[in-house]
Design a protein around this ligand. Sequence first.
Ligand SMILES: Nc1ncnc2c1ncn2[C@@H]1O[C@H](COP(=O)(O)OP(=O)(O)O)[C@@H](O)[C@H]1O
Ligand SMILES: [Mg+2]
Length: 221
Amino acid sequence: MIVFDNVTKIYHDTVYAIRDVCLHVDKGDLCFITGPSGAGKTTLLKLMFGLERPSRGSVSIFNRNLDGLNSSHIQDIRRHTGFVFQDFRLVDDWTVYNNAAIILEVLGKPSVYVRSRVWRMLKWVGLQHKVYERAKDLSGGERQRLALVRAIIHDPDILLADEPVGSLDEPMARYMMNVFFKLNKKGTTIIIASHREDPMMEYAKVFRMDCGSIVSTVTAP
Ligand SMILES: Nc1ncnc2c1ncn2[C@@H]1O[C@H](COP(=O)(O)OP(=O)(O)O)[C@@H](O)[C@H]1O
Ligand SMILES: [Mg+2]
């Protein structure tokens, strides 16, 4: 589903964020990218979302090489992929409802569908009592859950999440990881970047990174 063939990403001609990375993510996989800060985890996720292009090597998503794609093809990939950003990227002055609904509205879904889908998803993550509050008035954990809803509301095939539990306390971190686990069981391919170890790694494919390289890949038994 995602294939990296000898991918190198260099920023400003000198910073090697990713070095000669080869990897495969198959449909239905649950993956972790782990390693210390600066290892290249976020850059790897951005390459998977077409937010960055490789300096060398090739990235294929849904069997299409990103190299030859124009912006409408990239938009097409984005329609089938969700991204939970580390800094959430919510619109602070908008309500919870509007933050959740925007992607479905952009995709032109019927308003009756949008309403019921937004309510259902917000209820699923326990935000139904916050629907009309502004995003900026939410707690850290609530913002994280809203960012997740926004990333999955269009039912993507692939979900990319950058440090999704980094700012959460332990019970909320377990809750979020459990949500990822359930989504994966329903068939979503999931790739989580996390600098800290997580018990769920035991059930996942784990790419361990250091200094831009993948130093080990462990596949769940
Ligand atoms: N936009 C950028 N411009 C310049 N250097 C960058 C940029 N993004 C990341 N880097 C550098 O690339 C390396 C990998 O960064 P990153 O992918 O954010 O790692 P991680 O997510 O594992 O902390 C770091 O040295 C970082 O400073
Ligand atoms: Mg990062």
